[in-house]
Write a protein that binds this ligand. Structure first.
Ligand SMILES: Nc1ncnc2c1ncn2[C@@H]1O[C@H](COP(=O)(O)OP(=O)(O)OP(=O)(O)O)[C@@H](O)[C@H]1O
Length: 435
């Protein structure tokens, strides 16, 4: 890896009126981001008068902190609100309720002008490297966009800095004048990462950064993120539905279900001793990367039924309709997210690997008996193979990434036609959708 971010001097123009100065840099281990009671309800409107008839409760009361220098992994099934959470904390969306504090400053309701200086400090990497890069712009234009938008003139000039960033992410500086369609998915994601790093952000929110990539490339990109964090002292929130990827890069993991965090724990504790039945079910589907242990008997839990609609989530514990441990109290009373063990918060009346929080309530709901089934190793073996390959590569530091540096770009037919693609900085500069 080449130069470190600290090595570069960036001339930042004087702050304009109306900008917000944060209270200061968070030292490693100090709270960088604090989220309290965060909600996002998307209104559902109907009729000529567009009257609101309901709401999609995409994010429904989140409380968590991200410490400087750590990686928080956020996992959960599709539709549980992970992306919405990512967009709320980077203020691409306006929250319905709750607060977001960045370095001790309340940024919950800052407008575009107020957020502009903070855009340097928080960046997003998007899931789909095919649609998040404008096909009509050269790589140089794409990666230099943050400098233009922020009016920042790096020492030595923009072009030199962009070329440096390209080499930091394992691409050739000669790629400067090429177009996105000349690159493979993994290389495009590297371009997206270079753009996100341009202004030396403190917080990077990566929304499923590898799920659109070929399995063989996923480990390279995950390892790149990991290396960059160590070299540049970045703080990450990494969103994924695949626990096998998050496992290797996260310090702590938040498990989301239907707009809420059901468990938030240090990585080791979560994997060794999950407390929420939903976490246990998610983990049971994660393949074991070590071939020697792959044959070992383990409990595989297959959840039945779909995730309920976030328009009318179940009362009580939201997971009770799919939980094999659900009793009456789960149907009626929402369990609070409580720190039952140091470093492990869980919202459950009947946690796994811990004392029952409602021992008087022993009668299972009738649906609970049908909620999940144990499945054989063989049944999951096929899907396990692919994820295991990624996990193993991530664990071992990944294959030689030089191949991706040689500029032997694959073409992705059709990508160039995607004229509607919006670049991330453009998106980041856009107004929150309700403002
Ligand atoms: N702009 C919007 N308007 C209305 N509903 C929305 C909007 N954006 C997201 N939703 C809904 O909010 C819920 C959460 O969506 P979100 O994309 O945050 O989930 P997710 O966990 O990231 O899922 P995925 O992994 O599929 O992206 C979903 O039911 C989704 O349909």
């Amino acid at each position: 890896m080449s130069d470190k971010a600290d090595d570069k001097a960036v001339n930042i123009p004087a702050q304009s009126e109306g900008t917000v100065i944060t209270k200061g840099d968070a030292a490693p281990g100090e709270t960088l981001l604090k989220v309290t009671g965060l909600q996002k309800h998307f209104p559902i409107k109907k009729g000529l008068l567009q009257r609101q008839v309901g709401a999609v409760r995409a994010v429904d009361g989140l409380d968590f902190e991200v410490k400087s220098g750590e990686t928080l992994g956020v996992v959960g099934e599709s539709g549980c609100g992970k992306s919405t959470m990512g967009r709320l904390i980077t203020r691409l969306l306006e929250p319905t309720a709750g607060t977001v504090e960045f370095e001790g400053t309340d940024i919950t309701h800052l407008g575009v002008g107020g957020m502009r200086p903070l855009r340097r400090d928080m960046q997003m990497i998007f899931q789909d490297p095919y649609s998040s890069l404008n096909p009509r712009h050269t790589i140089g234009t794409i990666v230099s966009a943050p400098f233009r938008l922020q009016g920042v003139e790096p020492e030595g000039g923009v072009k030199k800095e962009v070329q440096r960033l390209l080499s930091v992410v394992g691409l050739s500086p000669e790629h400067y004048n090429r177009y996105p369609h000349e690159f493979s998915g993994g290389q495009r994601q590297r371009i997206g990462i270079a753009r996100a790093l341009a202004l030396s952000p403190k917080l990077v929110v990566a929304d499923e950064p590898v799920s659109a990539l070929d399995v063989s490339i996923q480990a390279q990109v995950v390892n790149l993120l990991d290396d960059l964090q160590r070299e540049l002292g970045l703080t990450y929130v990494i969103i994924a539905h695949d626990l096998s990827v998050v496992r290797h890069v996260s310090d702590r993991i938040a498990v989301m279900y239907l707009g809420k965090i059901v468990e938030l724990a240090d990585r080791e504790q979560l994997y060794k001793s999950p407390m929420h039945p939903y976490t246990k079910a998610l983990l049971s589907a994660v393949p074991i990367p070590d071939p020697a242990r792959r044959g070992a008997k383990s409990e595989r839990i297959l959840l039945k039924g779909d995730v309920p609609s976030p328009i009318s989530p179940p009362a009580g514990c939201r997971f009770h309709t799919r939980c094999w441990k659900a009793t009456e109290i789960c149907r009626t009373t929402e369990p609070p997210l409580a720190e039952l063990r140091p470093g492990q918060q869980v919202a459950c009346h009947h946690p796994e690997n811990f004392a029952d929080q409602a021992p008087q309530d022993v009668v299972l709901l009738s649906d609970a008996k049908e909620a999940a089934e144990l499945v054989s190793e063989e049944a999951l073996a096929a899907s396990a193979e692919t994820s295991a390959a990624v996990a193993a590569e991530v664990e071992s530091g990944g294959p030689d990434t030089e191949a991706s540096k040689d500029g032997a770009a694959k073409t992705a037919p059709g990508a160039a036609e995607d004229g509607a693609a919006k670049t991330a900085p453009e998106a980041a500069e856009g107004t929150a959708e309700e403002k």
